[in-house]
Design a protein around this ligand. Structure first.
Ligand code: NDP
Length: 242
């Protein structure tokens, strides 16, 4: 087992965030779970504790900068430090641009880009003070390729990739930065799609989905490396996805 870390996970109420929380807690890390659905977080934290792990749950809306600041500050005050933040919260209401679902574009920008920036803004001062810390961004293969109905979603994920890469270039020595880009993974992500065509196309596309724990494994791998090893990029696709 690696040295236990205090790991904050946004979007921990389902899918990849939930699987990451379960895996990291089993590995002995202390996990601090954030998302809007508090009931889910509380139930997950209880399950982890029953399993012998240490987990804390706190309602979090990543679109609210103050909320994210309070999430990180509370964990740092409670544990004396924060070792890693997994900026994972995301939404994916896919649609063609000509459907003009502008409110859904805004939501993707708010959660997938602003939410990530809020996580960075909240954790960076702590990491700088500590001289150590690990940022993990959950981007997407959509940060590397664009497909119809995914223009805005991919735009947010390209942005997440670029922001994280910029952070890596700027960060003090001692701070590690990892981007994990999943392919299609079992989760609730496609539930946010309202456009009928995009919803239907996703049904076939998502048939190849792999378990969310495959991505949790990638996060775990990056965290487990020695302090002088920084895993910058991991792309994890289903074998069947091209
Ligand atoms: P889920 O829909 O299962 O999980 C998304 C999580 O984000 C939920 O816990 C949700 O919690 C949280 N979330 C959404 N909005 C907010 C908000 N405003 N504040 C805080 N939390 C929020 O999907 P995934 O697990 O698949 O998604 C996790 C990440 O993985 C996303 O960034 C997604 O883009 C990325 N990804 C997923 C892929 C896949 O195929 N599943 C592929 C590539 C990337 P709540 O609603 O309770 O707030």
């Amino acid at each position: 087992m690696t040295t236990p870390k205090i790991v904050l996970i946004t979007g921990a109420s389902s899918g990849i965030g939930q699987a990451t929380a379960v895996r990291l807690a089993r590995e002995g890390h202390v996990v601090v779970l954030g998302a809007r659905r508090e009931d889910r977080l509380t139930a997950l934290a209880e399950t982890i504790r029953r399993d012998g792990g240490v987990a804390y749950a706190r309602r979090l809306d990543v679109t609210d900068r103050d909320d994210v600041g309070a999430f990180v500050d509370a964990a740092a005050a409670e544990h004396g430090r924060v070792d890693a933040i997994v900026n994972n919260a995301g939404v994916m209401p896919l649609s063609r641009l000509d459907s003009l679902l502008v409110a859904e574009w805004d939501r993707m920008i708010d959660v997938n880009i602003r939410g990530l920036l809020h996580g960075i803004a909240a954790a960076l001062p702590w990491f700088r003070r500590q001289g150590t810390g690990h940022f993990v961004t959950v981007a997407s293969t959509g940060a590397h390729e664009v497909v119809p109905t995914a223009a805005v979603y991919c735009g947010t994920k390209y942005a997440a990739w670029a922001i994280t890469e910029g952070l890596r270039r700027e960060a003090d020595p001692g701070i590690r930065v990892t981007t994990v880009s999943p392919g299609v993974v079992e989760s609730e992500l496609a539930d946010t799609i309202t456009e009928a065509g995009a919803k239907e196309a996703m049904r076939a596309y998502r048939a190849a989905a792999i378990p969310a724990d495959a991505i949790a494994g990638a996060v775990s791998y990056a965290l487990a490396q020695p302090a002088d090893v920084d895993v910058n990029e991991l792309v994890v696709r289903p074998t069947r996805q091209r």
